[in-house]
Design a protein around this ligand. Structure first.
Ligand SMILES: [Zn+2]
Length: 386
């Protein structure tokens, strides 16, 4: 299957160096640990088995990008519950039933490799937001039973048993507790027993260290970038990155322009204020803010294009973490379909070869590139008993 993608890519790529990169990309197992397409799929009813015009993910573009494994995020804001998590898993199962030749659900490293050998995308489930277990360990069991391979302890909202980065930063005084409660520690122990990886993206610093102390297995951050480049509460400080690595864990770098580029939020504010009046008029005309904003984004697409972070900056984040913690502890967690802007060139899941090329360009060995693209994730799965 991958031969088709390579032939297509070669048509648009001429340097021998890029070809060398493509060969490696073809051989490597490429895994993204955080994609948000499921919640969109439920809302719009699109079939991502077919090529889509918008969005960042579909099975056709995944194949073109040499993507071998995708962790599908089961996400909800604070209002979401256990039932919603199950509906999102239903929608992934339905996608797999519609396209059994292109995608298969996997729960272990061996199943993942078997799916890849058959040319299928290995689909996994990550539940983003511990609030969806509704404080019940039996709900945790049930989600693990349905294939959850990691759970992000919090989203931006804290749970009754763990505090989030957002609330530790902005609502610290109103938090009932910082870090993990006794129930929180029980959740971690149960996750360890079930082989569900503890995901520390979105959690506050107190929770991060409590969870690392409570976990007997290597942990992860499924979609987090480096604070050293941009002091955003969603990014990880050097000590946090080292602490995750010390468990044998992995930080999967988030691609979102707003996390990797410290100048992005200022540019975004300027864009919003420049088009504020027009947006208000269109919102009134259509009686729909989302329709109005889609029109604004289309009309001023060049401005949005110019706001995107440079690809080199994403590679800087990867390189920084590798230098800090080692090549065994870094991977890719794109957050596609979860944000509005990604680095230039990285439009969607078909563009992963660009990252491989850039890493080789910087002198990375083939061995290290393979670890970053997917090898580290497979090691993490195994270390969690999968
Ligand atoms: Zn997230």
């Amino acid at each position: 299957m991958k031969k088709i993608f390579i032939a297509l890519f070669l048509l648009s790529t001429f340097s021998a160096f890029a070809q060398k990169g493509l060969k490696l990309h073809q051989k490597a197992i490429v895994i993204d640990t955080h994609g948000d397409i499921l919640s969109d799929q439920i809302k719009s009813g699109i079939d991502v088995g077919q090529r889509q015009q918008g969005g960042n993910f579909d099975l056709v573009r995944a194949r073109e990008g040499g993507l071998d494994g995708q962790v599908f995020s089961v996400w909800s804001d604070a209002s979401g519950d256990f039932a919603l998590a199950n509906r999102q898993i239903d929608s992934l199962d339905a996608l797999i039933r519609r396209h059994p030749d292109m995608i298969a659900k996997v729960r272990t490293a061996a199943e993942l490799k078997a799916a890849v050998r058959k040319g299928k995308l290995a689909a996994m489930i990550g539940v983003e937001g511990g609030h969806m277990i509704e404080d019940r360990l039996d709900n945790l069991n049930a989600l693990a039973e349905r294939g959850m391979i990691y759970m992000t302890l919090t989203w931006n909202n804290s749970t009754t048993w763990s505090s989030s980065a957002f609330e530790e930063t902005f609502k610290r005084d109103s938090l009932k507790q910082l870090g993990l409660t006794e129930l929180g520690k029980q959740v971690i122990r149960r996750m360890n027993d079930l082989g569900v990886i503890v995901d520390l993206s979105h959690v506050g610093e107190s929770t991060l260290y409590d969870a690392i102390n409570a976990s007997t297995k290597p942990v992860m951050a499924s979609h987090s970038s480096a604070y050293a480049f941009n002091t955003h509460q969603r990014n990880l400080k050097d000590d946090q990155i080292r602490a995750i690595a010390k468990t044998g864990g992995v930080v999967f770098v988030n691609f979102y322009s707003g996390f990797i580029d410290s100048t992005y939020s200022r540019k975004q504010m300027q864009f919003n204020s420049a088009h504020k009046d027009e947006l208000a008029q269109l919102t009134q005309k259509y009686n729909s803010r989302s329709k109005a904003s889609a029109e604004i984004n289309q009309k001023y697409r060049q401005e949005l294009e110019d706001m995107r972070a440079p690809l080199s900056l994403l590679i800087d984040h990867i390189d920084y973490m590798v230098k800090l913690a080692g090549a065994d502890h870094v991977g890719l967690g794109a957050d596609y379909d979860g944000a509005e802007s990604y680095p230039k060139g990285l439009d969607d899941v078909s563009k992963y070869p660009l990252i491989t090329g850039e890493l080789l360009n910087r002198g990375y060995s083939k061995k290290d590139v393979k670890k970053i693209l997917g090898g580290n994730f497979i090691r993490l799965l195994k270390a969690n008993g999968r």
